[in-house]
Design a protein around this ligand. Structure first.
Ligand code: C5P
Length: 431
């Protein structure tokens, strides 16, 4: 089957309810994983009558979740995930098959088992793939429930028409795994940045001390890479300028590899004039050695002094361009997060800044993060005839928290926020 790419690293929570089509869910898990997705399976009691959790565990490579009141998982012990963790973890909930009974319970907002509770607790999109006898599907009760779910932006995938397990012919067959994969992957292709060009920096920089040593930091590049991937999925033309990291670049982006802050600056500046958005997620070294030793420095004296000099501030330079792009900075802070972020937003004259606390399992080199986003809001359109470098006296700083989530999910959230503010600014300037 063709690799569709945009399920790479996506976290799919597959809900399986009681119906004969549950046997196809086993194939679905295998195919989703072939596409690069991570899959966790939640089964209802009914589902366990048709297919065993063991099958799903073997195929997903993960423990299968069946109980709402799992004391071990809810306590966070033994590596288990409680219902809130699962709801937060997933990028999408796909319920396949979705029985008539499950659809009825979902439409009424029931939370009497793990799967229905998760559907209420998640902010991720929910897709359901109905599968049932054709009369049950056509029954007015089911149709009304489906209409209710549609109004709540729950996506209904299928059902297909054809021969049914009960021998009847009509609508009610679950869509085939390939079709469900296609519908799921389309969720990530939002098109909200279509026709826009975006440059993203990521990773640390490496500043040489001598031919074998360098100054660097703990940045893994994960956040910047996730932003680049999310931007590409949103339809943007993406250039990712990256310092040395050990992760693979997303396939859909132009990838430029650099070592030093100077090289990063040159790569960014050569591409920036034609760009619409700049996201600086790199942890650029603030200083480099004033003189890089030509030979390896020998250990002779008790003390060694290195004279450092300031690196170019790439973000500030881009933000000061007269016709520059919409600029988004990052601020990784160990203290006074909110104040420091506000100050950086103003001093560097940015359009937006995303701040995160580093340390204690957050920030650098971790899978999860939480972002505090600040942006300039106000009478920009009326006051700012010469571009964004004029004073922003009549502007206020607004703030939004992007709740703790895996970085890939957080990056998609951030791209939505960036797109909203980019269009807001653009429309303010054209009116
Ligand atoms: O001032 P500070 O380094 O904390 O600002 C962080 C933000 O500035 C990040 O977005 C980072 O990518 C960017 N930056 C930069 N060039 C530098 C230093 C920081 O682009 N030399």
């Amino acid at each position: 089957m063709m690799q569709m790419n945009n399920l790479t690293n996506k976290r799919i929570l597959l809900g399986v309810t009681g119906g004969i089509a549950a046997y196809k869910s086993a194939e679905l898990v295998r195919r989703l994983r072939e596409q690069g997705a991570e899959v966790r399976v939640v089964m209802t009691r009914g589902a366990c009558e048709f297919i065993t959790p063991l099958t799903m565990q073997a195929l997903s490579g993960r423990e299968v979740h069946t109980e709402l009141l799992d004391h071990v998982a809810e306590s966070g012990q033994g590596g288990g995930m409680g219902h809130i963790e699962l709801a937060r973890w997933c990028d999408v909930v796909l319920v396949a098959p979705a029985s008539a009974n499950f659809i009825a319970r979902l439409s009424h907002g029931m939370a009497d088992d793990l799967l229905s509770t998760l559907c209420l607790a998640t902010t991720a999109p929910v897709v359901i793939a109905p599968a049932m006898n054709q009369q049950m599907w056509m029954n007015i009760a089911t149709q009304e429930n489906i209409a209710t779910l549609g109004q709540r932006e729950i996506r209904i995938a299928g059902p297909a028409e054809g021969e049914q397990a009960c021998g009847e012919i009509g609508p009610g067959r679950m869509l085939e795994p390939e079709q469900l994969i296609l519908e799921t992957s389309q969720l990530f292709s939002t098109g909200i940045l279509a026709d826009l060009k975006i440059v993203v920096t990521a990773g640390p920089t490496r500043e040489a001390i001598d031919p074998v040593r360098y100054i660097t930091n703990h940045s893994s590049g994960q956040m910047g890479y996730a932003v680049a991937r999310a931007a590409a999925e949103a339809g943007a033309d993406v250039t990712l300028v990256s310092g040395p990291v050990s992760i693979e670049p997303p396939r859909q982006v132009r990838h430029i590899s650099v070592d030093t802050a100077d090289q990063m600056r040159d790569a960014v500046m050569s591409d920036i004039i034609t760009s619409d958005i700049f996201v600086a997620a790199a942890a650029v070294a603030d200083y480099r050695c004033a003189d890089v030793a030509e030979q390896k420095i020998k250990k002779k004296s008790e003390d060694l002094q290195l004279l450092l000099q300031k690196n170019p501030d790439i973000l500030a330079e881009v933000a000061s361009l007269p016709q520059g792009p919409f600029t988004v900075g990052f601020a990784a802070e160990t203290e006074n997060l909110l104040d420091n972020a506000r100050i950086k937003l103003q001093n560097k004259k940015l359009d937006m800044i995303a701040a995160n606390q580093v340390g204690e399992g957050l920030g650098f080199n971790t899978d999860e993060n939480e972002l505090q986003v600040f942006w300039q809001a106000g009478e920009q359109g009326q006051n700012n005839q010469t571009g964004k470098n004029q004073t922003r006296e009549n502007q206020t700083i607004k703030h939004q928290t992007l709740e703790r989530a895996p970085k890939e999910k957080l990056a998609r959230h951030l791209i939505k926020v960036i797109a909203n503010h980019y269009y807001e600014k653009y429309s303010a300037q054209t009116h």
